[in-house]
Design a binder for this molecule. Sequence first.
Ligand code: DC
Length: 222
Amino acid sequence: MAAKRIVTIDGPSGAGKSTISRLLAARLGYAYLDTGAMYRAVGFKIEQTGANCDDRQALGRLLDSMDLRFKAVGGETRVILDQEDVSEAIRTPAMSMMASRVSAIPVVREKLTFMQREIGGRGGVVAEGRDMGTVVFPEAAWKFFLDATPEERSRRRVLQLKEQGRPVDEKETLAQIIERDRADSSRALAPLQPAPDAVIIDSSQMTIDEVVAFMAARIARA
Ligand code: DC
């Protein structure tokens, strides 16, 4: 398969993927696809409706009836679920755990993988998630795996939550990051892991600008 103009950025939570993907997409003039937001929206929907996660058929129907879109509003991408803007509601620590839980359900992964290929399959996209380079876009021209130590990722997440004026428990944040990594890496389907041809970047000691510049240089060189 010919390599497409697709950049994949996978990695654990809090490694800086979202900010870096957004900046890199703007720099390249590509669209930005936040696939974590899609798992979060599904988790939100399942929680809201009290759907039974073990009932595959009912879940399939729920997913088919769901209207999930990204909408550009003043340079920002908002997540719209069934006409409701859920951009903030899906970002709570509870929704992070919920998203991780529902992301292990086969019918959820099938549906979202299909949607992600529809959105990004033609290329000109920076796709961010856990399985972009391994499962969703194995034909991507450029693949990165962005990592950082759990302590550094937890420190960044605490800072981000504080900036948003949300209550933060530092010990709990680190514990949740470690637990979510464990769940995301050990699930049977599309686990979090670098694609064999991904460039692995440890961002623990790097600034956001340094990571973006490094990625842009790799892409320009290829
Ligand atoms: O990137 P994020 O924190 O918004 O992702 C939330 C959860 O969604 C994450 O814990 C695992 C899941 N996820 C996934 O399984 N595959 C993706 N491509 C993106 C996210």
